[in-house]
Design a protein around this ligand. Sequence first.
Ligand SMILES: Cc1cc2nc3c(=O)[nH]c(=O)nc-3n(C[C@H](O)[C@H](O)[C@H](O)COP(=O)(O)OP(=O)(O)OC[C@H]3O[C@@H](n4cnc5c(N)ncnc54)[C@H](O)[C@@H]3O)c2cc1C
Length: 410
Amino acid sequence: MAPSALPTALSLLEAGRGVRILEAATVGGATSHGNCGTITPSHAPPLAAPGVPMRALKWMFTPDAPLYLKPRVDPALWHWLARFTARCNSRDWMASARARAALLDDSRARLVQWIGRYGLDCEFGETGLDYVFRDRRNFEHYVAECAPLNAMGIATETIDGADYLRQEPALKPGIVGAIRFPDDAHLRPDRYVAELARAVRERGGVIEEGCRVEAIEPGADGVRVRIAGQAGGRGERRGRDAVVAMAAWTPQIIRPLGLRLPIQPGKGYSITYSRLDRLPRRPLVLKDRSVCITAWGSGFRLGSTMEFSGHDSTLNEVRLTALERAAREYLQQPPDASMIQEKWYGWRPMTWDDLPALGRSPKHPHVWLAAGHGMLGISMSTASGQLVADLMTGRKPAIDPAPYRVERFQ
Ligand SMILES: Cc1cc2nc3c(=O)[nH]c(=O)nc-3n(C[C@H](O)[C@H](O)[C@H](O)COP(=O)(O)OP(=O)(O)OC[C@H]3O[C@@H](n4cnc5c(N)ncnc54)[C@H](O)[C@@H]3O)c2cc1C
């Protein structure tokens, strides 16, 4: 639990509300733990783009492709895919991109404020982020895509391969070019989540770990939440409002309330290593392989892939090997097995319009949703939390909440 729940809790505490977070496992133990920690206003364009269905079809037959769908009978998945595919057109692409940009830009600015205000010690760096290419056609394709990004207010710099290698000696020869997003940033996500949790507790918020929510029972003037503790001990908590921020687990919990939230788990993998001497100065996306590298003072991480295989909890070695292969292809000093600290997977909470559901439930006035942040839960975290808290406390939100309304899925 993290970017969805903790920033909402912090913003509510600031507004004078009491908060209790019920976490089934440990804070920051799920998707927010091993992700790449990039803060990317540059990623405003959604996954559903013209041409993606054809590319995805091709990738279905490639076991180590960056996007993979495990063919199976699953009506919820096929419904999700049909809605996703229908959005792969320029008009819907632009609508999602604008709404994502609003959340990402507000979040990027707010994150700097929060880091200062709450003293969040999370290896934050405002270095920008680079897409790097070894394949010239791919590079030219992405250079052509910069114009629509610039029109959306996303700054880019195009750098020639030779120049880039002079700037970035950690990379092997063979880079044909790079695109820099100077306004992007990064942090260490596990540290960020731990620091948010500290700030919540210091302001009087209560975080109960090992406390699984089994059911939410809304009433006329509040909510009752049934819980099962780790030791099997059952109980209940009562409150004025409940915010459901359970990422890929949200649909199951809200279904009995007659609420729909089409979230598919988009499984991604990462490998975390101890620090190397020669590491890239800023986060890189090795675009030809769709692999991200983020280096911090405390180590570095390779992460990638989007696998639609349901709530599958196996660590697929083929995918992990693809990460290592990309690192060997690009890095002068690739990591070796002795440096591995952790191999990890996480389920990105993916909605078909690539926007989170933020706001009040249309059926139950005391039930709120903050889920479905997809590939960008860290990047959207502060704006998303502030928005939900503002809606709950009747404060005018900083951005228009309409695109994220829960009603669009009912
Ligand atoms: C490989 C990979 C790389 C990524 N890189 C980036 C990146 O660079 N930048 C970025 O912005 N985003 C990135 N993401 C996406 C980001 O990690 C997610 O969007 C984000 O972590 C989602 O946060 P969340 O709080 O919604 O979900 P989670 O962190 O998954 O939290 C949900 C919590 O709900 C709890 N829960 C579930 N069921 C119950 C229940 N019944 N009762 C109580 N608690 C329950 C879970 O235990 C969990 O702790 C990446 C994701 C992956 C997989």
